[in-house]
Design a protein around this ligand. Structure first.
Ligand SMILES: NC(=O)C1=CN([C@@H]2O[C@H](COP(=O)(O)OP(=O)(O)OC[C@H]3O[C@@H](n4cnc5c(N)ncnc54)[C@H](OP(=O)(O)O)[C@@H]3O)[C@@H](O)[C@H]2O)[C@@H](O)CC1
Ligand SMILES: [K+]
Length: 574
């Protein structure tokens, strides 16, 4: 399991390790530099065959220090290496200064400018190493630095030939938010924005693919997965630099025997990860002693001793009026496929014929009014509800009080979210067994002030992030919020937070198809019917949803998602 760290957490871990005396900053820097060279050779094996030319751009902090290590290691392999420094060498922090000095015994360091960069690359270098800024970026790039990084991002091979590796982050990316920091907007931009009614934004040095490879250390950071992170990082590789004990103090699921001894000796305390990345192992492996009881691993999904259908829960999905029943039918199919023992569609009388013509294993019951719904819900075996997909905003506002009063595990999606934002009902009527699943537009309607803060151009680091926003929303709503996107964030009111990323090797852009959100709602409902706690159901559903899309591939339509689940389960060995 990966914990996603903030820059401050990474620094704290590093400092704790150094303070313990088990490792020095210089050793960590050496391991970091070695990790970068290793990752480069793994990514581009052709570079390991001979010696080539590299340009290394070093910044004024320890990220620059890593750059000097990389320069030295490449030079030792016989490479031609041109090193540039942005800033004053006398002001480098001690470890970076030490590596600067070691490099000075091997080669020249030029002052970084567009002119010096052009002069040094009459022919494009084979590799460019971006060691300008990492976790220490605090503000947007400005002046000539901005021009240099922009030129690199759009250089079309002027300075280097495709292979750009960023150390820790593309320089300019905020590692807490995944947003590229922007200069404040100019007066002219503000005037223009005022006329067009849009938000004024200053320039960013890049906004799309920057690095081809980004090498991070120890653990991925939030910014590698949120917002623009995955687009600008290219490919992400995380290299171990030997901080396992100190990281495990933060992240129980990574504890090994050595760490557990360390804890047992009273020198450390295990803490639950603050933000975790939703990965296969979270969902499949029954986590060890420290999490047992909290998580049901997917391999315990179909226990043989619970073979009666009622033991697997009964989900009720509320359907819209005729002509709009497809969304609820998709959700119902997904709930059934994910293993709910029984799934019933609650259908208004006038849509019964339409729905009946389309379903077989899913059951149907007529629900025309909130009163009938309340009567249906006297059956305690109905343990999970879903309202919203295709339901109609006005009807949702009528039904919501009874849905919420039933206090079942409940997914509120689509029209139910709009109704919630428009109706007199407030968040006080929600309860802790609810899951809200807004996309960006619905999130904005529900939490306008939080969305406005998230939409503010990121002009200083750490910038406000989707994790911050979703946590704030969950706290306000008093229930789990799953904020959709390629970077889905799931937060609980107690601050527990997970990021599910359909990015990098798990990218499935074809998942953005009509009805895909309805399937996700059905998956969460089905898992909650099976007894998954709301946060875990949301995590697992997001993961299975993407997994089904990846398994099916391009050409996917929403109907295919539930039908692909058996194949996904088979591949998991379930
Ligand atoms: N954590 C680990 O385990 C390990 C970490 N390691 C490495 O250390 C890196 C973190 O190092 P770091 O803390 O020195 O920060 P870094 O990113 O080099 O930048 C700080 C400098 O940039 C400056 N500055 C900031 N923004 C600016 C701007 N817009 N424009 C201009 N200047 C700006 C800032 O100036 P200030 O804000 O103080 O004025 C300061 O001088 C990390 O990413 C990893 O690569 C490994 O070596 C070992 C293991
Ligand atoms: K960098």
């Amino acid at each position: 399991m990966s914990e996603l760290l903030t820059a401050a957490q990474m620094r704290a871990i590093e400092q704790a390790a150094i303070a313990s005396g088990e490792v020095t900053g210089l050793e960590l820097m050496e391991r970091a530099g070695r990790g970068v060279v290793e990752a480069v050779m793994e990514e581009w094996p052709e570079l390991a065959q001979s010696s080539y030319k590299a340009v290394v751009l070093c910044g004024p902090g320890n990220n620059g220090g890593d750059g000097f290590v990389v320069a030295r290691l490449l030079k030792q392999r016989g490479w031609e290496v041109e090193v540039f420094l942005y800033g004053d060498p006398d002001k480098l922090p001690p470890d970076a200064k030490a590596n600067y000095e070691r490099w000075c015994g091997m080669g020249e360091v030029r002052n970084l400018s567009l002119k010096s960069l052009k002069e040094a690359t009459p022919r494009p270098a084979d590799l460019c190493v971006d060691a300008l800024f990492g976790t220490g970026l605090t503000r947007p790039l400005e002046g000539e630095l901005f021009d240099i990084v922009s030129a690199i991002s759009t250089g079309n091979g002027d300075f280097f030939d495709q292979r750009l590796v960023s150390i820790d982050a593309p320089s300019g990316l905020c590692l807490d938010s995944g947003r590229v920091l922007r200069q404040p907007p100019s007066q002219a931009a503000m005037k223009l924005a005022e006329i067009s009614g849009q938000k004024a934004e200053g320039p960013a040095p890049f906004s799309d693919l920057f690095a081809r490879l980004t090498v991070a250390f120890d653990s991925p950071k939030l910014g590698h997965y949120l917002a623009d992170g995955s687009a600008v990082c290219g490919k992400l590789v995380v290299k171990d630099i030997g901080l396992i004990n100190w990281r495990c103090l933060q992240s129980p699921a990574k504890a090994n025997a050595k760490t557990l001894n360390f804890i047992a000796s009273g020198r450390g305390v295990l803490r639950r990860p603050e933000v975790r990345l939703v990965e296969r192992e979270n969902q499949v492996v029954d986590l060890r002693w420290f999490t047992s009881g909290l998580f049901v691993g997917l391999e315990k999904f179909f226990p043989s001793h619970k073979s009666h259908k009622y033991a697997h829960g009964h989900a009720l999905i509320l359907s819209g009026l005729s002509g709009r029943t497809g969304a609820a039918r998709l959700a119902a199919r997904a709930a059934l496929r994910v293993g709910a023992g029984l799934v019933t569609l609650g259908v208004p009388h006038e849509a019964v014929t339409e729905v009946a013509a389309h379903i077989t294993a899913v059951m149907l019951t007529e629900i025309d009014t909130p009163e009938i719904l309340s009567r249906v819900l006297t059956d305690e075996r109905l343990n999970a509800l879903c309202i919203g997909p295709g339901f109609g905003v006005v009807r949702a506002a009528e039904f919501l009080p009874d849905v919420l009063a039933a206090k079942r595990t409940t997914v509120l999606d689509a029209d139910a979210l709009t109704a919630l934002s428009e109706s007199e009902m407030g968040f006080a009527d929600l309860h802790d067994k609810c899951v809200l699943t807004p996309h960006a537009g619905e999130f904005k309607r529900l939490f306008p002030d939080i969305a406005a803060r998230l939409a503010e151009p990121p002009v200083k680091g750490p910038a406000y992030s989707k994790v911050d926003a979703t946590r704030e929303a969950a706290k306000r709503a008093g229930c789990v919020v799953l904020f959709k996107g390629p970077d889905t964030v799931i937060a609980s009111p107690n601050g527990r937070c997970s990021v599910h990323a359909a990015t990098y090797e798990r990218a499935a852009p074809w998942l953005a198809t009509a009805g895909s959100g309805d399937v996700l709602s059905g998956l969460i409902t089905g898992l909650m019917a099976r007894g998954f706690a709301p946060h875990h159901a949301a995590e697992t559903a997001a993961w299975l949803h993407t997994e089904a899309a990846r398994s099916f591939g391009p050409g996917l339509i929403a109907e295919d998602l539930p039908e692909e689940l058996p194949k996904v389960f088979r591949a998991l060995g379930i």
